[in-house]
Design a protein around this ligand. Structure first.
Ligand code: BT5
Length: 242
């Protein structure tokens, strides 16, 4: 737990991740940057995070962990997916995690997570861990998104207050962040698997320039996807389940 939460609340920004990276040298470890609205949100591989406007969550954690924990950095997005699932469960919904870190409700994406590393000339400046959560939207807003998506207000009977949700998420994140840095994926593995939407399913996974098919057996102790194909067992640390 951090002593005090340092928060930066912006009205409108292109991307909270981009803003946090640009200002990282002035920001302390544990700073939370959020914006009421985000005009050019980004996802992985140059994909966009669609802006559903005010009332939704656009947030980046600025993290400056000790390099002695660097082997656990690749799992930080999975850590955040579990943290989010815990918070969502308080709203009486059943979140599921789609490897590696998408969070879904009833098979539709409610949140996306993007970690970016900031490097200086020869140094590590920190990690910017961004999350967008759809909290308040109308069904017609999802026409702007090319894949099934949803928002918490459409799934939960409990009213959703964006500011409260943000505080709950930050509190939950920092409650077990130090433990995560020390122990890595193993400290969330059970919770991750319990909520996994993909285990024992037949999947196609897009890799950088190809696709592989198989049945997902689970994940390794490092959070990699284990995919059993016709004649081979693959362990994937990057990819997109199609
Ligand atoms: C992600 O990428 O899901 C990571 C998104 C991270 C967004 C946050 S918002 C705060 C912070 N600042 C930023 O600039 N970014 C972070 P990826 O796995 O590549 O998924 C992108 C795909 O999700 C898109 O191609 C769409 O199919 C879908 N998508 C886009 N906007 C969505 C939305 N609002 N709700 C649900 N799905 C969406």
């Amino acid at each position: 737990m951090r002593d005090e939460l340092r928060e930066i609340n912006l009205e409108s920004v292109n991307s909270t991740n981009r803003w946090a990276k640009e200002h990282i040298s002035e920001l302390n470890d544990g700073t939370v940057v959020s914006a009421k609205t985000q005009t050019a949100g980004r996802g992985r591989l140059n994909r966009n995070w669609v802006n559903l406007g005010e009332g939704n969550l656009f947030l980046s954690f600025v993290l400056k962990p000790d390099m002695k924990y660097s082997k656990n950095f690749p799992n930080i997005t999975q850590y955040l997916s579990v943290v989010l699932a815990r918070v969502l469960e308080n709203y009486n919904v059943k979140p599921q995690i789609k490897w590696p870190n998408d969070v879904l409700i009833n098979g539709k994406k409610i949140a996306g997570i993007l970690a970016e590393t900031s490097m200086g000339q020869n140094s590590f400046n920190g990690i910017v861990l961004g999350i967008g959560v759809n909290l308040n939207a109308r069904r017609e807003d999802f026409n702007k998104i090319d894949k099934p998506a949803t928002a918490l207000n459409l799934e939960s009977i409990i009213p959703v207050d964006t500011e409260n949700f943000k505080q709950e998420l930050c509190e939950e994140f920092f409650r077990s962040y130090d433990e995560f840095l020390e122990k890595g994926f193993s400290c969330i593995m059970d919770e991750y698997i319990t909520r996994a939407s993909f285990v024992n399913k037949e999947l196609t996974v897009a890799l950088v320039a190809s696709e592989v098919k198989g049945v997902a057996k689970g994940v390794t102790e490092h959070g990699e996807l284990i995919l059993v194909g016709d004649n081979q067992e693959l362990t994937l640390n990057i990819g997109d389940i199609l």
